[in-house]
Structures are given as structure tokens and as C-alpha cells.
Design a protein around this ligand. Structure first.
Ligand SMILES: [Zn+2]
Length: 253
């Protein structure tokens, strides 16, 4: 494996790098060195994200939603039986209902509208929104994966409100997902509204921690579009993003 940042050759692996989080990386990047008027929006903003529930934008009507919740309850009860459990014991009797309600929330991304059209007019060379928290569910194992999304974009005259970026992340995180696709989808939804977009996702996967080889690697995926296809522009912003507390290092694969 080659370290991406050393030779900068991203072109052979479809825009993705896998990363092992291995100890601290104390590399310091002086913001002034970036020279592109980069603006850091904020840290740890995902916790303030609004829920999409009840905003009237669900594609499915309330009747079919109720029906599917009832079906999920029955299926979870059946699953408990198949696992050898007694679904009527005290601790489990309400579990099917709790799971069905939880699924309505954590899979609400399918019916979310990211509302990206609302923007503010402001001049900025590069806007960086770092550490947008996300929680998603791996489609291979239906187990959580979660972490941070960093979005850098070169505005085309207007910038997005930070809540819109949080909502965009939730739209693609709150569904059965794989991290690589989520990274691409976020970049693709932004690419036509900006001159360039770079999306970096750091994820911890419970299916890796709890089963199989049981390792604590953190997966890092990258997608870039537009002006970030220029390696120099991309590396300048990537080095800023990678100066986060994660200590993640990128490797070619
Ligand atoms: Zn998985």
C-alpha cells in the first residue's frame, strides 16, 4: 500500500481510500498556509440535526406507514422466537413495538428532502464543514456504522446553510447503506450546485467490531467532483480535513 498523501495518486481506485486509524497523527497544518480563504464552519454540529418525522414529506401515506409498522412488529416478534427467546417475557414483550418505532426514525432518510435549494449569497473560496456526525445502518449486516462526515466545497456564488448539509447527510445516512455509496451520494447531490465538492467520511462499523476478525479499524471513504478533480486543489483541502483529531491516515488500496 502507498500512502496517498505522499504521492497523491488517487486515480486507480475509484475515488476511495481505506484507512486504518492507528494512533495519533500530530501533523499540524497552519490554516494560513492553505491560502484559499478556507472557512471552518463548525465542529460537532450533527447533534443539532432536526428530525424529519412529522414534516409531511413522507412519500408513503400515514395508513401504509401504520401497516408497515404493524408488519415490522410481527416480524420482530417472529425473529425473537426464531432466536429461541420467549417474546412474551417481561423484558421482551414491548420490544417489537420499540424496534418498529426505532426503525421509523433511523430509516427515515428514504423519505427526506435535503432542501438544498435554500442558500445564502456570500463570497468564499472554499467552505469546509467538518465533523458532521452521522449514524447509519450497514446493509450487509443491519448493524450500525457511525462517525463523521467532512464536506468541503467551492461555492458557485452561494453557500449552503450548515443545517442543510446536516440534513443532506441524514438523508443518506438514515437508511440501509454502505459507507462508500453514502459518500458518493452526498457528493453527487452537491456537485451540480457548486464548482467543486469533496466529501470525506470516517466510519466505525459495528459489523467489524462485533463479528468476524473483530478489529477496530476505522474506514475512510472519499468522493470528489468538479474542481476537486484537480489533485493540487484536492490535496490542499484534504490535508486540512485530515488534520482532525481522528489521527486517521489514508492509504491507497
Ligand atoms: Zn456490515
Amino acid at each position: 500500500m502507498r500512502k496517498v498523501s505522499s504521492d497523491g495518486d488517487y486515480h486507480n481506485y475509484d475515488e476511495y481510500a481505506h484507512v486504518k486509524s492507528s494512533g495519533s497523527n500530530n501533523k499540524s497544518v497552519d490554516d494560513a498556509d492553505m491560502g484559499k480563504g478556507i472557512r471552518k464552519e463548525s465542529n460537532s454540529i450533527g447533534g443539532k440535526a432536526k428530525s424529519s418525522n412529522g414534516d409531511g414529506k413522507e412519500r408513503r401515506g400515514s395508513t401504509s406507514k401504520r401497516h408497515s409498522t404493524a408488519r415490522i412488529k410481527r416480524l420482530i416478534r417472529q425473529l425473537l422466537i426464531e432466536l429461541g427467546e420467549d417474546p412474551d417475557r417481561e423484558g421482551l414483550v414491548d420490544t417489537p413495538e420499540r424496534v418498529a418505532e426505532m426503525y421509523a426514525e433511523i430509516f427515515s432518510g428514504y423519505s427526506m428532502d435535503s432542501e438544498l435549494d435554500v442558500t445564502f449569497s456570500e463570497e468564499s473560496d472554499v467552505v469546509v464543514a467538518r465533523e458532521i456526525q452521522f449514524y447509519s445502518m450497514c446493509e450487509h449486516h443491519i448493524l450500525p456504522f457511525f462517525g463523521k462526515v467532512h464536506i468541503a466545497y467551492i461555492p458557485d456564488g452561494k453557500v449552503f446553510g450548515i443545517s442543510k448539509l446536516v440534513r443532506l447527510v441524514e438523508k443518506y445516512a438514515k437508511r440501509l447503506q454502505i459507507q462508500e455509496r453514502m459518500t458518493k451520494q452526498i457528493a453527487d447531490e452537491l456537485k451540480d450546485k457548486v464548482k467543486g465538492v469533496l466529501v470525506v467520511v470516517e466510519g466505525d462499523h459495528m459489523c467489524m467490531r462485533m463479528r468476524g476478525v473483530k478489529n477496530n479499524s476505522r474506514i475512510l471513504t472519499i468522493a470528489y467532483r468538479g474542481e476537486f478533480e484537480n489533485r493540487e486543489v484536492r490535496e490542499q483541502v484534504l490535508s486540512l480535513l485530515m488534520d482532525s483529531s481522528s489521527g486517521a491516515r489514508m492509504y491507497d488500496i
